[in-house]
Design a protein around this ligand. Sequence first.
Ligand SMILES: Cc1cc2nc3c(=O)[nH]c(=O)nc-3n(C[C@H](O)[C@H](O)[C@H](O)COP(=O)(O)OP(=O)(O)OC[C@H]3O[C@@H](n4cnc5c(N)ncnc54)[C@H](O)[C@@H]3O)c2cc1C
Length: 472
Amino acid sequence: MKQTGLVIGGGLSGLFCAGFLALLGYRVELFEAAPRLAPVVRGFWRDGWYFDTGFHYTSGLGEGGILARVFRFLGIADALQVVRLNPQGFDGVRFKDGEEFLFPAEVSELRRGLAERFPADAEGIGAFFNQIDRVCNGLPMLKLKPRSVPDAEVENAWRCSLQTVINKHIRDPRLGRLLSLHCLLHGVAPEHVPFAVHAGVAGLYYRGAHTLRGGGERLVEVLRATLLSLGVNVHCNAQVTAIKLRADRSIDGVCLQDGREFVGRHCIATLHPHALPGLLPDKALRPIYIRRLRSLQSSGSACCLFGYPKRAIPQLEGRNLYLEFDSANGQAPIYLTRGSGEAHSGVIAICPEVETDWNIPDYRERKRQRLVEIQQAIECHSPNLARDICWVDGGTPKTFQRYANAPVAGLYGAAHCLDQVNPQPRTRVEGLFLAGQAVVAPGLLGTALSAFWACQEMCGDQRLREGLMTCQ
Ligand SMILES: Cc1cc2nc3c(=O)[nH]c(=O)nc-3n(C[C@H](O)[C@H](O)[C@H](O)COP(=O)(O)OP(=O)(O)OC[C@H]3O[C@@H](n4cnc5c(N)ncnc54)[C@H](O)[C@@H]3O)c2cc1C
């Protein structure tokens, strides 16, 4: 008889877990609290424009990339159209004084472009990118392999910050800004993010960035259809309120808010780790582990503007654009994107936000003020660009928190930062595993990797790894 795998949370992590488990022969029950799957990446439509809120671009979709393998293994690759962002510049940066820089999707080209622009730092640029490459190549999580012989450089890269490495190699502050720009992809400031995390995230983007036609909505729909065809039971409006344990403290099943109960000896929780202890009986987890989960810091959050283009915007054709401000005034870069870049793709502007607690009495007024400030910052930085966009709405950290049904705000859930130990996929409760951005890495790639590690641990053999490695 098939074993039952219970998956809590129907975001991307949960969808990937459900697919892997079904292919490994489990009978799968997937529970999502929201009315529809993956509310964060699904995005929304307004007046004929599609706003791809939670997914704009990713690494790992080039030939042989990890996500490309995952898509093939799950049988969704043919239903998705991968779009390569402009290889001459997948991300553009415009400084306030008008200088522009493009990030080409080829590390050697990027190094050359930076060395031409910052000749005095040419040697440091080489050293920085060599280090990014070595650490990125040495990360076991990206090779889908357990850590074997520890690599001293990779181990050190978990203990030092991106800023430390930049300070060591780079003198020009503007170059330093360019090299820390992609912190927006993990939501941790350069002085707090372990160099290993930044190398694993940004290092892969430097090798090529892709998006999907139809954006996050298409990905979710294709995943959903595939899960149904694999026999996964998908339950929406299904908030898990408790994880039941047997007397021997192994998993027995889950209880839903509507009173239904499901039995199963294996469970993967993909929700924010802060929420996990509240689902388990007292003493199921050690107090020190609970403290560790609850003290995990959040990744940075953001306010966001949604608008539509009044005419074609060349700076956002096949690429994204970062507006860089002088560091002196404390304004973080504002990131603009049209996601999958289709005719109906709306413009999204994301502005990192220091204030994450937006549960305040005058929320509506504060939100209005903040969105006006961001709009003005864009107008002041790039008036011509601003004239081409009609802003229609916006969101705050509270908006994203509500969409993710998360206990705290953070674009990428719990952060990966220095001086904190993130949870492993296996927990002390027999049969209970963790997946999600807190476990391995942030973003779409992080959700797929975390699902891989949780399912691999659960099935206890190498079938999943072997299956993925043979998928080209
Ligand atoms: C503005 C923004 C832009 C982004 N841009 C990108 C990008 O360009 N590229 C990229 O790779 N990533 C991007 N991301 C990150 C990406 O969206 C996330 O990696 C991804 O959505 C995380 O999926 P998840 O399943 O781990 O978490 P979530 O999507 O948060 O899923 C967790 C799910 O669990 C459900 N849940 C919670 N509690 C319960 C419960 N008790 N019972 C049942 N269900 C429960 C929630 O409703 C939720 O749907 C962006 C995120 C944001 C917010």
